[in-house]
Write a protein that binds this ligand. Structure first.
Ligand code: ZN
Length: 504
């Protein structure tokens, strides 16, 4: 363990990063198990259909977690899996494999479904500017390891075999360990509700038991040989196997949507403890859900969104399309642990806010420093810069960070409009803070990068032509250029240091 790094980290980050740990239900100071290394595992998509917006919100939240940890100087190993087998249509033990079902309906190979929707997911992830994980393991690529884990659980007495399937023995496990701690569910409370299900001829001994290996029907395409016959791994098993394989039996952060807390993550804990005797995760993080106009997003209500429908504006609930960066900004304006409500009006408001922030960000690089800059500006800029850090340290509070960035944008506008003068040191801090938090930490990019570079070049040319006109005392041309640019939303300003321009 690198204690020096840890010490330096705790000193520099005076308040330190605090994370709300779902397991302890408290905000805790983040202390990595093996600094400067941090292990981060996030449950990835099941690639049987186009990734929906709710999933993208989770991945965007954890993208910011990854970015901020990296910004703090940690060496993060970020693992986000692809579920390409084992996820059943009922999210439990009774349904059909989602991918296999889709493949059968389309009369194609399950792996074609997997390839198609993995490609689609990667495409959307790029549009949202998500940083690629360091490892993106697949369930089908880790069948041997999953069989080995089932064997260890069986050997420890926490599982039993029935007709070629292996079930986790929750009752037996509860004699030695706690079950339900993460989700706060009490097994007894559920008993009455689910007893009926069990009477339907289940192979399980106890209603709370869950499949860790499922015997495959003869017509199943995706199946593998095992000591218990041909079958497929249970859905919860893959994450236990892949997280611990790449991050160690105990690792720092495990993230996912709130809907995965139970049973998926609860089962992951039980499997790891059952197989290796160790609770795998130090900090559990859960992102909240998306709603649309205050209602839960669902296909049957017709209010479920695909990212592409949002970008193109083809969804009937939208007045127009919204760019991926606007949607990313919109998502980050709400804390990851709160419900995020989608509506056309909220998106339109976000779009305006995003443009305001990005205009200021474009303009901050065009400001020139003055020797007689206002000395108060430096301390003001430093105050908001520190606020950005404090907000991010407070369980990745992106909405408050964005609010502080708007304070900095207001300073940019004042200087840009000639209402304030800024000296060099203050300008440097202002530029660096905006770059760090807008681009690096929040992952927001100025849109149409190509366009803005072209605009820069065109403006250089126009300003040069105007300069020549002024040297020739051709005031009519000079004024015409200034006025017509102003009408197009571009303001130019002449100072003794030269001519600058900004978007209004
Ligand atoms: Zn998972």
């Amino acid at each position: 363990m690198d204690y020096l790094f840890l010490l330096a980290y705790l000193c520099i980050m005076s308040a330190g990063l605090h994370i709300y740990n779902t397991l302890s239900r408290k905000k805790e100071l983040f202390v990595p198990l093996n600094p400067p290394f941090v292990g981060l595992y996030v449950c990835g998509p099941t690639v049987y259909d186009e990734v929906h917006l709710g999933n993208m919100r989770q991945f965007t939240s954890f993208d910011v977690v990854y970015r901020y940890l990296s910004h703090l100087g940690f060496k993060v190993r970020y693992v986000r899996n692809i579920t390409d087998v084992g996820h059943l249509t009922d999210d439990g033990d009774q349904g059909e494999d989602k991918i296999e079902k889709k493949a059968r309906a389309n009369q194609i190979e399950p792996m074609e479904i997997v390839q198609k929707y993995t490609n689609g997911f990667h495409h959307i992830a790029k549009l949202f500017n998500l940083i690629e994980p360091n490892i993106e393991p697949t369930a089908t690529g880790h069948i041997i390891e999953q069989i080995e884990m089932v064997k260890r659980i069986l050997a420890n007495g926490y599982a039993y075999e029935v007709n070629g399937s292996v079930y986790f023995d929750v009752k037996r496990y509860m004699q030695d360990h706690k079950y339900g701690e993460l989700s706060g569910r009490k097994i007894d409370e559920q008993l009455e509700q689910t007893r009926e299900e069990l009477e339907g001829g289940s192979e399980k001994k106890y209603f709370a038991d869950f499949g860790i290996w499922k015997a495959a029907a003869p017509e199943t395409i995706m199946k593998w040989p095992s000591p218990w016959g041909e079958g497929v791994p249970g859905w919860h098993l893959e994450c236990s196997v892949m997280s611990t394989k790449y991050l160690g039996q105990e690792f720092d952060i495990h993230g996912g949507g709130m809907d995965l807390k139970f049973p998926h993550h609860e089962c992951e804990i039980a499997q790891s403890v059952g197989a290796d005797g160790k609770a795998p995760v130090r900090y559990w993080m859960h992102g909240n859900m998306l709603t649309v106009n205050g209602e839960k997003m669902s296909k049957s209500k017709g209010n479920s969104f695909l990212p592409m429908e949002l970008f193109s504006g083809s969804h009937p609930m939208l007045s127009k399309g919204f760019s991926p960066m606007v949607v990313r900004f919109f998502m980050l304006q709400t804390h990851y642990s709160s419900t995020l409500d989608f509506s056309n009006e909220a998106l339109e408001a976000s779009e305006k806010g995003f443009q305001r922030l990005m205009n200021a960000y474009t303009n901050v690089w065009k400001l020139s420093a003055s020797a007689d800059g206002n000395p108060v500006l430096l301390s003001e800029i430093q105050k908001y810069s520190q606020a950005c850090e404090e907000h991010m340290n407070d369980d990745f509070n992106t909405p408050k960070t964005i609010a502080s960035l708007f304070e900095l944008a207001a300073i940019v506008n004042k200087v840009s409009n000639g209402l304030e003068k800024i000296h060099e040191e203050a300008l440097t801090v202002l530029q660096q803070t905006m770059k760090t938090y807008i681009e690096k930490v929040l992952g927001l990019q100025p849109e149409a990068n190509q366009d803005s570079q072209t605009l820069d070049k065109a403006m250089d040319l126009i300003i040069e032509i105007r300069k020549q006109a002024r040297q020739n005392k051709d005031w009519a041309t000079s004024d015409q250029i200034r006025d017509e640019l102003a009408a197009a939303g571009i303001q130019i300003k002449d100072t003794k240091d030269g001519t600058s321009w900004s978007l209004v």
